[in-house]
Design a protein around this ligand. Structure first.
Ligand SMILES: NC(=O)CC[C@H](N)C(=O)O
Length: 331
């Protein structure tokens, strides 16, 4: 009998490692409590699909992820992906910023080996906890050859999602992760059922490589709303950000009073990227605002928090708006 694939589980915290006072606590609990060894020992079924080893990279709630955490994690994933004795990698993660980390890894880790990021909506101590099955699914996807070359994946609620497309879309149900383009497939009882594949550049086909990235530039987000003022835009401009994501209303529209402030920060060298605060759809170039004339970039279908990740990565190589826009179309 052939040896089972070796899957390394990199644990970073979140609810999947959370613990509550009683089984009735599905929402009131502490995240990032249970160490990876205990998580894996509590799930002996993993041995049916892979030879699993665990590493505790961090033990935090994911809203506290920083760029340093992203860099440290991606470097470890990259190093493991180059090891001949590693077939797949799973990252356990809090769900709040899981989509940002998954997209970051998708952009900068040059491998075709499966990388799966996974979390849970309920702690393991709760009734109907979802973490055990999500983790089992993650390990089984990471152990499968048919998951190779599909970019970084997310397994939640029996679905296999693209790390690029997926977002946490509700904060209370176990079916929390959605993509407007739909999941890539489903995983049921350790078997993958695929229905589509990503078309955007990722992992092996990326021009970015974590092994060449020393640091990430400051990129922040301003939110659009009625009666919006320009205080935030001006403050970020003064703070020296390299790019500012505008989470605009509707089609990425910008309030009349905010346009001069954004043009002023652009004139001072800050890249301006028009995204939208609506969850779905995509922002069209030169619709709503004359992006060519203002030398602005549009985020395509990326939500503001994902546009921030891509902008940081893109700015490690490209400095002009035209190159940034090309990257936003391609990734
Ligand atoms: N469901 C969760 O994982 C949320 C817990 C916590 N806020 C985190 O993102 O780590």
């Amino acid at each position: 009998q052939a040896a089972k694939p070796h899957v390394v589980v990199l644990a970073t915290g979140g609810t999947i490692a959370g613990a509550g006072a009683s089984a009735a606590n599905s929402a009131t609990y502490s995240a990032a409590k249970v160490p990876v060894d205990k998580l894996l020992a509590g799930l002996p079924e993993l041995g049916q699909v892979a030879r699993v080893s665990g590493e505790q990279v961090f033990q935090i709630a994911s809203e506290s992820f920083t760029n340093d955490h992203l860099l440290t994690l991606a470097r470890r994933v990259s190093a493991l992906s180059k090891q001949a004795d590693v077939n797949g990698i799973v990252v356990t993660h809090g769900t709040d910023t899981l989509e940002e980390t998954a997209y970051f890894l998708n952009l900068v880790v040059r491998t075709s080996k499966p990388i799966v990021v996974v979390g849970s909506m309920r702690p393991g101590t709760a009734l109907s906890a979802d973490g055990a099955l999500n983790l089992y699914d993650a390990v089984s996807v990471a152990a499968s050859q048919d998951a190779a070359g599909k970019g970084v994946l997310v397994t939640m609620n029996d679905e296999i999602q693209s790390g690029r497309d997926v977002s946490k879309s509700i904060n209370i149900k176990t079916e929390a992760f959605k993509s407007q383009w739909g999941p890539l497939g489903m995983v049921v009882e350790g078997r993958n059922y695929w229905f589509r594949a990503p078309v955007k550049r990722h992992t092996n086909a990326s021009e970015f490589n974590i092994d060449e990235i020393q640091s990430l530039p400051a990129v922040d987000i301003v939110y659009g709303y009625s009666n919006m003022n320009t205080t935030g835009i001006e403050a970020y401009g003064k703070a020296g950000v390299k790019a500012l994501i505008h989470a605009g209303t509707g089609n990425g529209s910008v309030a009349a009073q905010a346009v001069p402030a954004l043009r002023a920060v652009r004139a001072s060298g800050v890249q301006v990227i028009r995204a939208a605060r609506v969850p779905d759809g995509f922002v069209l170039r030169n619709a709503e605002q004359p992006d060519d004339q203002y030398d602005w970039v549009v985020s395509h279908d990326l939500r503001p928090q994902k546009a921030r990740i891509l902008a940081m990565v893109a700015l490690t190589k490209a400095q002009d708006a035209k190159s940034l826009q090309r990257i936003f179309w391609e990734y």
